[in-house]
Write a protein that binds this ligand. Structure first.
Ligand code: MG
Length: 456
């Protein structure tokens, strides 16, 4: 028979204001969740996922996968119900020891270690002194590395290295990767958020696991190293040791002693009662079984683990889509404003001259009207009754209509000038003495005065 003993630590890190990670230690189920979303949304997402997993039954591979799916629905429903939490999500990696489904034979007890994963938190197996990454990161750059379209070196500096391709809470259903592994006494499993492997490389993680036999000490040491490496993200570590059931059990350990004293996440759940003491057992031969995943596409990882990613903040595809959509909407709105502001003309005054402008009188938002063309018509020539309209800007739907309006101004000005000439001439003649010898001279004087008489 097999049992597990564990230790855990979680910390806000050196940069973040709050801890959006959450861990679950509820033997025989262990998990790490790394939430994301604005304000407290990420913290809530990881908390909801962990609480959902804690309540679920996970005594088989299928049940653990179903429990992760239930956690996904719980996060999704919470986000859908509360608009301020929309877009939140979380990673979730879990390890469970499940009882035998068949009778033991040939030294195989039938018990299994089940690993399940969504997102880029990781589960490592430490076996016979070697560290192997079991889970596959669900991130864009890791997908490209696996497809051979990106080198590990390029992935480390790729601008989209923070984008996750699969998380809990984005859709009502989620695909869950899972693995089934024969437990061997002496094996250690490390569950962690990206705050660990982005700061501490695999060799240093392995060195800690070789040096510190106590899982709690190992978990705390790994968190300490992550903080010493920069602590740019929340960091959570759960170390689970596979031990002989006959080993002496550790009794009475308080649940909260399993986590860092700097932990701030209320979702942190620890239940270490019944965990057993370290037992130095020589590791058996490596016999991890590669069993097709339940509802998943990823096999156990025999290939070298992908390189650590240097990331401090991550975005899901949905977040990226939202940003792009927002940019498109804003761009469309700006284009509409520009079109509205520039689609019309008006007749106004430029330096005492009637002119045609393109745009709205006085401008619209940041868009000012521009001079389309000046006309030979002086503002002084504009009929008095129409000057107010020209002064405030007479809008016309097109340049042709604006020119037509200016033409009408000129025609009216010309007509009024002719009428004034006729009236003044006849008045002069009437007021003069037609019989007087100087009458022709009076008419000449009138013509002169009219030519200088503009409306006024
Ligand atoms: Mg993180």
């Amino acid at each position: 028979m097999t049992s597990l003993r564990s230790g855990a630590a979680t910390d806000t890190g050196q940069v973040r204001a709050n801890n959006q990670d959450a861990v679950l230690i509820a033997e025989p189920v262990f998990a790490v969740a790394d939430g994301m979303g604005g304000h407290v949304a990420g913290e809530i997402a990881s908390q909801v996922a962990i609480e959902s997993l804690q309540e679920a039954r996970a005594t088989s591979r299928q049940e653990l996968v179903d429990a992760v799916r239930s956690a996904n629905r719980a996060v999704w429903q919470r986000a859908a119900a509360e608009p301020e939490l929309r877009g939140m999500g979380t990673t979730l990696c879990a390890v469970a020891l499940v009882p035998a489904a068949a009778e033991a034979h040939d030294g195989d007890t039938g018990e299994r270690i089940i690993v399940a994963n969504v997102g880029d938190s990781r589960v490592y197996q430490f076996h016979d002194g070697d560290l192997d990454q079991i889970t596959d990161d669900h991130s864009l750059v890791e997908d490209l590395v696996r497809e051979g379209r990106l080198s590990p070196a390029e992935a480390r500096t790729h601008p989209q290295r923070n984008i996750l391709t699969r998380v809990l809470g984005n859709e009502p259903e989620v695909e869950v990767d899972s693995w089934e592994i024969i437990p061997h006494h002496g094996d250690r499993y490390v569950l962690c958020s990206d705050g660990l492997f982005n700061e501490v490389d695999d060799d240093r993680i392995a060195a800690v696991l070789r040096r510190l036999a106590d899982p709690e000490e190992a978990a705390h040491e790994l968190v300490t190293l992550a903080n010493q490496g920069g602590g740019r993200d929340n960091v959570s570590v759960v170390v689970v040791d596979v031990v002989d059931d006959g080993a002496e059990r550790r009794a009475g350990r308080a649940a909260t002693t399993a986590v860092s004293t700097t932990a701030t996440n209320p979702a942190l759940s620890a239940s270490l009662a019944g965990t057993s003491l370290p037992t130095p057992v020589p590791p058996p031969a490596h016999t991890t079984t590669a069993v097709p995943a339940v509802g998943a596409s990823s096999p156990p990882a025999d290939a070298p683990p992908p390189p650590p990613q240097r990331s401090s903040r991550r975005f899901t595809w949905r977040s990226l889509l939202f940003v792009f959509s927002l940019l498109i909407v804003l761009g469309g709105a700006a284009a509409a404003v520009v079109w509205f502001a520039r689609s019309t003309y008006y007749v106004g005054v430029d330096d005492e001259q009637v002119a045609i402008f393109r745009g709205r009188p006085g401008g619209l938002l940041w868009i000012q009207p521009t001079l389309a063309e000046r006309t030979p018509l002086s503002f002084d020539d504009v009929p008095p009754a129409r000057r107010a309209a020209v002064t405030s800007g007479k809008e016309e739907p097109s340049l042709v209509e604006a020119r037509r309006y200016v033409a009408s101004l000129r025609e009216q000005a010309e007509a009024e000038r002719r009428r004034t000439t006729t009236t003044t001439t006849s008045t002069t003649i009437t007021n003069g003495d037609p019989t007087a010898p100087g009458a022709p001279a009076a008419a000449t004087t009138t013509t002169t005065s009219v030519s200088g008489a503009r409306p006024g």
